[in-house]
Design a protein around this ligand. Structure first.
Ligand code: HEC
Length: 201
């Protein structure tokens, strides 16, 4: 019996030693830097790929026009939208000029026509003509599209309904505004031209 006990003790001792060595190796593996782990274990460690941000390619190439929305746009929404302009523009006939020219009567007015505003850019002056609804729509959507070197530091009103409302607000601060263009709001159509491309039998 004691012999057997000794045998058990020896076997246990070996096991313990084996486990201890295994343990040290495992812990060492955890402590080693990632590259060393790959080198020593051969296992690739998964590193999460950087998130790929896809450009918004589903945006329509042609921006929707605000023109069909002006007639039904609300003055209140426009007044709210105009807050983005107020730091530079006044619509008060007695409000004078700020960083930007006074916008009282601007709809239909000649472009760059406020005499007392002495700092129009050449880029804006070169547009020529008057502020038609089309030009206002373009300019307010992206000032640089009409006046590439213009000095209005404003990103633009990208949403057609907001642009329409701000134009409505400008109309109500203009004494004799031109007639609002009557353009029907386009309904998205399911079969615009694509039917012709269907193979015929
Ligand atoms: C950071 C100041 C700033 C903000 C904000 C700003 N503008 Fe201007 N705006 C200007 C300046 C400066 C000019 C003159 C640009 C030039 O000469 O190129 C200008 C010019 C204009 C003109 C042409 C006026 C004319 O007499 O021909 C219109 C119209 C106009 N802004 C509308 C707006 C509207 C509407 C908003 C808000 C949605 C707005 N702007 C926001 C600074 C600003």
């Amino acid at each position: 019996m004691p012999d057997k006990m000794t045998l058990y003790a020896v076997i246990s001792a070996f096991w313990l030693a084996f486990l201890a060595i295994l343990g040290v190796n495992l812990i060492g593996g955890l402590i080693l830097p990632v590259e060393d782990q790959i080198a020593t274990t051969g296992y690739p460690i998964e590193v999460p790929e950087e998130e790929v941000t896809v450009a918004a390619s589903d945006e329509p190439a042609e921006r929707p026009s605000a023109l069909p929305l002006i007639a039904s746009a609300s003055f209140e929404d426009g007044a709210k939208g105009f807050r983005k302009c107020q730091s530079c523009h006044s619509v008060d006939p007695a409000g004078g000029n700020g960083t930007g020219p006074n916008l009282y009567n601007v709809v239909g007015r000649s472009i760059a026509a406020v005499g007392e505003f002495g700092s129009y850019s050449d880029s804006l002056r070169e547009i020529g003509g008057a502020w038609t609804y089309e030009k206002l729509d373009d300019y307010l959507e992206d000032p640089k599209s009409l006046a590439p070197k213009g000095t209005m530091s404003f990103i633009g009103l990208k949403k057609a309904p907001e642009r329409a409302a701000v134009i409505k607000f400008l109309i109500s601060n203009t004494e004799n505004p031109p007639k609002i263009p009557e353009i029907p709001v386009e309904e998205p159509s399911m079969d615009d031209g694509t039917a012709a491309e269907q193979p015929s039998e």
